[in-house]
Ligand binder design. Structure first.
Ligand SMILES: NC(=O)C1=CN([C@@H]2O[C@H](COP(=O)(O)OP(=O)(O)OC[C@H]3O[C@@H](n4cnc5c(N)ncnc54)[C@H](O)[C@@H]3O)[C@@H](O)[C@H]2O)C=CC1
Ligand SMILES: O=C(O)[C@H]1O[C@H](OP(=O)(O)OP(=O)(O)OC[C@H]2O[C@@H](n3ccc(=O)[nH]c3=O)[C@H](O)[C@@H]2O)[C@H](O)[C@@H](O)[C@@H]1O
Length: 433
């Protein structure tokens, strides 16, 4: 099928190349010329394992192309809209300007029978409002939320846990067209939920709200563990064995960040308030607050280990990305903590396997170095803030020879305290004795 994907960021670039891999003829459109140039030369504008290979393969066969020229969507029968929906600058609400303008801009290029598929995460009610404009030219609208995780984006796109189609009741044409788009995904027996617009929009934000709540739940337990001497990692293991609870998303530490969970729970609360259902989501305010408190606690722990003052201390920060296998620093807890320590007068030297350039753009004043050893040279304390494999694998004995003081703070509960303490380190973590 001939398909267009409008918006080629983290979501759209992966979606476009994955659909090309699944056998479709795909054109990706973005307004950012630099991004389009990179993608067209098979370079991913961000770090995502497997994406450069996928781009290379599908561009080479001619199944995929990128452009800034929206008129090239003509002839495609399905148009995915995957533009950004960030948090508004001065409120918790979602900034829908990119979605609105992408929908408006595509209308002159549509043919009756085309299907416009919203993939961006939007406040409930958006699809219903935008659909009227699209339907006026005889095209159809589906809201098909995306659940991929950065770092696993290609796998999650080709083999998702489920597909959700939000359609106008009885729009069999739209359902049939999407089934054709996803034929090889559905062939893997992936569950498919066909529902109305509002439910599809809500499924997306509800899923992210649930994940955020699970993380903040375990971080709330970490707060209590800290004042009782209990170990939140063992607690998570023990409750996680209960299959109704499950161990996934129960890793306590610095909490959630990234371009989605934080802004999605805030946008969800803002939308529910507009609709008069704000009270139903009051708990998400607490989820957000617990999450942000973890960053402060990390700074306090650092101060404590340094004997009461951060000013002038040499602090090594390992990890800046919001999670491993990503260079994304949008609302990154790690970068936030690093910046806060520097603001408090700490002599911070920070590193990350992939996120130095992205961090530099947001926090140009920090001192970035290429390796963990460089960061840790003569340090008074080392902080692990993103659980990259290479940090988890550090040999405490060998690493001890570069620092001034053997003190390590494990912001992600990803190190073995016994191993570090046996090597003579002061080991401290969030929610763990
Ligand atoms: N990043 C992720 O892992 C996931 C993101 N989402 C959702 O997908 C949407 C996109 O997110 P990301 O890809 O992370 O954002 P992003 O900011 O990386 O990418 C958005 C892209 O849209 C482009 N754009 C903006 N206006 C445009 C227009 N009028 N025409 C063409 N291109 C335009 C931008 O230049 C940018 O490249 C958001 O709603 C997000 O919540 C959903 C699931 C996963
Ligand atoms: O809507 C989105 O954009 C996406 O948001 C999240 O995906 P992502 O932001 O890529 O990352 P996650 O793996 O969910 O991690 C989010 C944050 O939670 C933190 N986290 C995760 C798990 C955990 O146990 N503890 C924890 O602190 C991570 O360190 C990270 O900062 C969801 O997992 C995806 O399903 C969703 O599609």
């Amino acid at each position: 099928m001939k398909i267009s994907v409008v918006g080629c960021g983290y979501l759209g670039a992966v979606h476009a190349s994955s659909l090309a891999k699944l056998g479709h003829d795909v054109v990706g459109v973005d307004i950012d010329q630099a991004k389009v140039d990179l993608l067209a030369s098979a370079q991913a504008p961000f770090y995502e394992p497997g994406l450069p290979e996928l781009l290379g393969e599908t561009l080479a066969t001619g199944a995929l192309a990128f452009t800034t020229d929206l008129s090239r969507v003509r002839g495609a029968v399905v148009h995915f809209i995957a533009v950004g929906t960030p948090q508004q600058e001065n409120s918790n609400a979602v900034d829908l300007r990119a979605v609105e303008s992408a929908f408006d801009a595509i209308i002159p290029h549509l043919t009756a029978g085309d299907v416009v598929v919203g993939k961006s995460t939007v406040p409930v009610g958006t699809a219903q409002r935008l659909a009227a404009r699209i339907e006026a030219v005889g095209a159809h609208v589906v809201w098909n939320p995306e659940f991929l995780r950065e770092g696993y984006a290609v796998k999650d796109t080709i083999s998702p846990d489920r597909l959700v189609y939000g359609v106008r009741p009885g729009d069999d044409h739209a359902v049939a067209v999407l089934d054709e788009v996803y034929a090889s995904v559905l062939a893997q027996d992936i569950p498919r939920v066909v529902t109305d617009f509002a439910t599809a929009e809500l499924v997306k934000v509800a899923a992210n709200a649930f994940l955020a709540t699970k993380i903040s739940f375990i971080n709330a337990m970490a707060e209590v563990a800290e004042v009782t001497g209990a170990d939140v990692t063992q607690l998570a293991d023990a409750i996680g064995y209960d299959q109704r609870i499950g161990r996934k998303f129960l890793n306590a530490g610095l909490g959630f960040g990234g371009g989605c969970l934080p802004k999605d729970i805030r946008g969800f609360m803002a939308r529910a308030s507009e609709l008069g259902a704000g009270d139903a989501l009051n708990f998400l305010g607490e989820v957000d607050a617990i999450n942000l408190r973890r960053r402060e606690r990390m700074v306090d722990l650092c101060r404590e280990v340094l004997g009461g003052t951060i000013e002038g201390a040499r602090i090594a920060v390992l990890g800046l990305a919001f999670k491993p296998d990503s260079d994304d620093v949008r609302d990154s807890p790690a970068l936030d903590v690093a910046a806060r320590l520097a603001e408090l007068g700490g002599r911070v030297r920070a590193t990350d396997p992939q996120a130095i350039e992205t961090s530099r753009r947001v926090r140009p004043g920090l001192d970035y170095v290429a390796t963990a050893k460089e960061a840790a040279r003569d340090a008074d304390v080392v902080l692990v803030l993103t659980e990259w494999r290479e940090y988890r694998d550090i040999d405490p004995d060998e690493f001890g020879s570069v620092v001034a003081v053997r003190a390590i703070l494990d912001g992600r509960n990803c190190l073995d305290p016994v191993q570090w303490r046996e090597a003579g380190w002061t080991y401290r973590a969030l929610g763990r004795p």
